[in-house]
Design a protein around this ligand. Sequence first.
Ligand SMILES: Nc1ncnc2c1ncn2[C@@H]1O[C@H](COP(=O)(O)OP(=O)(O)OP(=O)(O)O)[C@@H](O)[C@H]1O
Ligand SMILES: [Mg+2]
Length: 255
Amino acid sequence: MTNNQDLMLRIRRMTKVFFPGTSNEKIALNRLNLDLKEGEFVTILGANGSGKSTLFNAICGTIELDDGIVILDNDDISWAKEHKRALHISRIYQDPQLGTAPNLTIAENLALAYTRKASPSLFPLNKKDHRFFREQLSMLEMDLELRMNTKIGLLSGGQRQAVSLVMEIISQPKLLLLDEHTAALDPQTSARILEVTNKFVRSAGVTTMMITHNVQDALTNGDRTIVFSEGKIIHDYYGSERDKLDPNDLQRLYG
Ligand SMILES: Nc1ncnc2c1ncn2[C@@H]1O[C@H](COP(=O)(O)OP(=O)(O)OP(=O)(O)O)[C@@H](O)[C@H]1O
Ligand SMILES: [Mg+2]
């Protein structure tokens, strides 16, 4: 049995109903329970509208819950303000435009992420910090460490997602939430970003949830795959059971 102390995230009875009491009533999260161990990397599948992004919104405090509890690293954040939670929770969206400031350079974007969260400081960053940024960027193997003074707005979508990933990782979050962060990219770039996602998640050991509509990606990345339906988790696969899953069977199950 897992000791509660080893759990990075505990969610109990998480409930969100949109437009309650009207003909448009939508139960987006239906008394959802979920535990994540520290360092666990979970992939999330589920049909459109099944509540996956709402789960992320509820964890981040973007929406207020109707009921339920969210405990992050033994801290009850159920009612914490969004900006407080953002100190410990990082999120990357599908749209590469969202994570980065286009008129700032790569170095400036990284500095913002770094000083805002990991190393809150009013002082300019020193050479050591810049060396650290260069090292992190070089892990991408995209030559972006040679372009630290390039404005983000000049980069491709894939490059921007890669910089977003570095930004979120260097801010040392307790939880990383990836909401279809490769879905807007071409297949080759998407595969590349997934590869670096794995590399960063594993080397930082950060607890991660990744939403995807690609069954193959869901099974080949991370340690565990959960399947959403109508605001609930209907399947939770890990270990040998997950290893034995046939992607086609899984596709039929939720598609
Ligand atoms: N802010 C909101 N106001 C009203 N309804 C919402 C809001 N956010 C989500 N919903 C509704 O809640 C349900 C779940 O939406 P959600 O975005 O979580 O789905 P999803 O699983 O992320 O789907 P997709 O795969 O399309 O991204 C949907 O019916 C959606 O229309
Ligand atoms: Mg979504």
